[in-house]
Design a protein around this ligand. Structure first.
Ligand SMILES: [Zn+2]
Length: 676
């Protein structure tokens, strides 16, 4: 009996495209009409048929097709016209059915189409700007995660990498930009045809086109890459800071990844209407104006940091994301987590005076707060369909993702981590990789069980609190899942423990692989000046701080003896700002989860009387306000005591800082007025 062909319906409801065809090269021509807000296009897709088929199935959505324009030619120039053309909007696929089998081998698919320049800020969309008092449209693309299909029919999944040869027909007075440099610009009356150089192989979500009126500033890297910042006419001065950051950052990453930036140019464009903060399109990064432009005269200092970190984040993707691309959206957390972490590394190297890692703590503490909730989720979640990405991908994915990467880098050491990253980029350049591929490279380079370790952090939600007790000669460690509700969870992790004893020069790293473990302190630390008399009770010189510089994604609960030593170390200003911040943050979280008494928290807080670092002081004020509120609600008779306690706590800082700078005054006043 002959098997019945069940037609195009077999492709409905599938999470991914069938793989009997692989696209190799797109020759894409687009003609936007900025007045009517429409566009027309023609695409020729060179592809390889890897198994005989009567169907070509690719992504398309919200496009109209001229059926007579659609045909396929095989390598012998035999032409096939589809007998059946179905756009399945629900699945966002275009199914072309042919009467005869298309045989294995190369061929070309031709499709003519048209669409609307929408106002949804995705696909091919319109943004507006004012020029000489007149409102005008520009045309912009935003394709990540799965909206290239709204601009042209394509195999719109990150693993279907191909080259792109793009040609735009636009009004002659406008600029046309794409991923690659212009090779030909030919005017004919009011219109011009702009052809771009063919790209290296890349994923569809990174293709970009911008058409509008812009000014630009330009510079070159020492190795000759042309870098430009495009912005609204009259705003070029505001683009200079980002330009400078970009040129330097390309140099930093070239060295870090030991691989040159892979395109001949890098353009960065400020777009008036933009959904995200920025988008790392290959060679044509688009930004919301506030993420790219910095006005020396009128912008706040914090905007300068935002621009630097944002530019560094998008440029990191040019290697980690664009050159090496995730195989599927399940691995998006790694793409974003890595770019977020490395952007701080670059910003720190450019502006060491900013102490930017102290601000990275905001990412970590936000992540810890969210991930302590029962309704959190693992950062690595199987994504079946591109439409699920938006609901799964949230602050936990970004902030915990970046934090666990920092933890891993800190555990393996910066040199080993960098070496592994450079090997990984070289190994998977122009290709796709999964999360486990990176772990495998790191594991090989370091000899540590990276996959097992990282899976425990990425595939389960939550994180541990490490209780540490100093008993006899032993340090006892026990992990349990931290839940902000105070409930008990059954999660268990492989925890990279770092600890310093008495000085930052004396540091040890080890893995806590079981639920609990005890180590002989002399065996762990060795006999030296640092460990002299360490076991002697009340020896305050010999403080022990776990999770050095808060590089780990966990909390620590110290026993009485260790907590007392740390209070002394804080008072004596022996600890870094990040550690002072972390000890306070952990203690507050533990108190709120009823895992530690309020009096232990207050006793710790009193050690911060001489605090001078803004980030720590600001956190101290936040904690004070929350404690005061709880005290007022729970036992109003305590409020008087708490009030005196906080006045005493902040008096010293307030007197020392005076009422300047304004920011401190504002927070201090807010604290006083709101609570007392
Ligand atoms: Zn990103």
């Amino acid at each position: 009996m002959e098997k019945k062909n069940n037609g195009y319906e077999q492709f409905k409801g599938q999470s991914r495209l069938p793989i009997f065809t692989i696209p190799k090269r797109y020759d894409l021509k687009l003609k936007p009409n900025l007045i009517a807000c429409t566009f027309t296009g023609i695409v020729e897709i060179n592809l390889e048929i890897v198994s005989e088929t009567k169907f070509l199935v690719l992504n398309a959505s919200q496009l109209e097709f001229d059926h007579s324009s659609i045909y396929f030619t095989n390598s012998k120039s035999k032409e096939y016209r589809p007998s059946d053309v179905n756009l399945l909007e629900e699945d966002e696929i275009l199914v072309l059915g042919f009467d005869e089998n298309l045989t294995i081998g190369e061929g070309s698919l031709y499709i003519g189409f048209k669409g609307t320049l929408n106002d949804q800020m995705k696909g091919f969309y319109r943004s507006t700007y004012e020029h000489n008092g007149e409102k005008k449209n520009m045309a912009v693309t935003q394709f990540e995660p799965a909206d290239a299909r709204r601009c042209f029919p394509c195999w719109d999944e990150p693993a279907f990498k191909a080259t792109f040869k793009i040609t735009l027909e636009v009004p002659a007075d406008l600029m046309a930009l794409s991923n690659m440099p212009v090779i030909e610009d030919h005017s004919d009356g009011n219109l011009k045809t702009v052809s771009f150089q063919e790209s290296p192989i890349m994923s569809t979500y990174l293709v970009a086109v911008v058409v509008g009126l812009f000014d630009y500033v330009e510079d070159h890297t020492p190795d000759g890459i042309k870098v430009r910042v495009y912005c609204q006419v009259g705003k070029v001065n505001q683009g200079k800071f980002a330009l400078d950051v970009a040129v330097k950052t390309l140099g930093i990453y070239r060295e870090y990844f030991d691989t040159a930036y892979s395109l001949p140019k890098l353009d960065m464009v400020a777009i008036p209407d933009f959904a995200a903060g920025a988008m790392e399109n290959y060679g044509l990064v688009t930004y919301r104006e506030t993420a790219l432009l910095y006005d020396d005269q009128n912008s706040a200092a914090v905007n300068k940091q935002r621009v630097a970190v944002c530019v560094a984040h998008e440029l990191a993707h040019q290697w980690f994301g664009n050159l090496v691309t995730m195989e599927w959206w399940t691995h998006l957390w790694l793409n974003e987590g890595f770019a977020t972490w490395v952007s701080y590394l670059a910003a720190d190297s450019l502006f060491p005076e900013w102490n930017i890692w102290t601000q990275f703590l905001d990412e970590t503490t936000d992540g810890l707060t969210l991930d302590g909730l029962t309704e959190s989720h693992p950062i690595e979640v199987d994504i079946q369909h591109a439409s699920e990405i938006d609901e799964i991908f949230d602050a936990i994915s970004y902030e915990k993702g970046a934090s666990v990467i920092r933890m891993l880098q800190s555990f393996l050491g910066p040199e080993c981590f960098q070496r592994s990253l450079a090997s990984y980029i070289k190994l998977y350049a122009c290709s796709n990789a999964k999360t486990e591929d990176l772990w495998a490279v790191l594991e090989k380079e370091s000899g540590e069980p990276v996959s097992k370790l990282m899976n425990s952090w990425t595939k389960q939600q939550g994180y541990p609190v490490i209780s540490v007790n100093f008993r006899g000669n032993k340090l006892e460690f026990e992990q349990s899942q931290f839940m902000s509700s105070g409930a008990y969870g059954d999660g268990q992790w492989i925890v990279p423990i770092s600890l310093c004893c008495g000085s930052y020069d004396f540091r040890k790293n080890f893995l806590l692989q079981a639920k609990s473990d005890a180590v002989d302190v002399m065996e762990l630390l060795g006999a030296s000046n640092a460990t002299n008399n360490i076991v002697e009770k009340g020896n305050h010189q010999k403080w022990i701080k776990l999770n050095v510089d808060q590089a780990g994604f966990y909390r620590v609960k110290y026993d009485e003896e260790l907590a007392a030593r740390l209070r002394y170390a804080i008072e004596a200003d022996h600890l870094s700002a990040t550690d002072r911040f972390g000890i306070l943050d952990d203690s507050f979280a533990l108190s709120m989860a009823c895992k530690q008494s309020l009096s232990s928290l207050l006793s710790l807080m009193s050690a911060y009387k001489a605090e001078h670092e803004y980030t720590v002081l600001s956190n101290l004020i936040t904690v004070s306000m929350k404690v005061a509120k709880i005290a007022a609600d729970a036992s109003p008779d305590l409020l008087d005591f708490i009030k005196r306690f906080f006045i005493n706590l902040f008096q010293c800082s307030a007197e020392r800082l005076g009422w300047e700078p304004q920011k401190m005054r504002a927070i201090w006043m807010q604290c006083c007025e709101a609570r007392f």
